[in-house]
Design a protein around this ligand. Structure first.
Ligand code: ZN
Length: 152
């Protein structure tokens, strides 16, 4: 199996998780999978544990920042990790990923301007030396459960 196949396989898993999200008229449905040493070590999806929790946040909350596997992990998220948040007291997912020391992020689509005017999650991550890969061929599938939102 090539590395590329592995990335698609785990992104499809993240898309499955995005379908599990409790529906929302005001927020995206996102799925996230953290993978280390070729195996899934944590998963999360939007609104999994409370109505404000993000997919990446929910997954990372299950591991804790001290987990040594994070330093060689990849996080798959169907949507670009957020760089700012409306919820007070919650760190943007970009910040959580950097704090966890995750060196690689794979996403399927970039945040549209529906809720924030300019998401710079990918730019922030790259600036800090994180490798970011976009699987544009899975973007449609990853967006499918968000069609009711304004994606302009
Ligand atoms: Zn987020």
């Amino acid at each position: 199996m090539t590395a590329d196949d592995t990335d698609h396989q785990f992104m499809r898993r993240a898309i499955e998780l995005a379908r599990e999200c409790p529906p929302s008229a005001t927020a995206f449905s996102v799925g996230a999978v953290v993978v280390a040493d070729g195996v899934e070590i944590a998963t999360g999806f939007s609104r999994e544990t409370d109505e404000k929790v993000h997919a990446e946040e929910s997954a990372l909350d299950k591991l804790g920042d001290e987990d040594a596997r994070l330093g060689r992990a990849t996080i798959y998220s169907t949507l670009e990790p957020c760089s700012q948040r409306a919820s007070a007291g919650r760190a943007p997912c970009t910040e959580r990923i950097l704090r966890a020391g995750i060196p690689r992020v794979v996403i399927a689509w970039r945040e549209p301007t529906t809720f924030v005017t300019n998401c710079v999650g990918v730019e922030n991550l790259r600036q800090h030396g994180v490798e970011v890969l976009e699987l544009a061929d899975l973007a449609d599938e990853a967006m499918a459960m968000n069609r009711h939102l304004d994606l302009s």
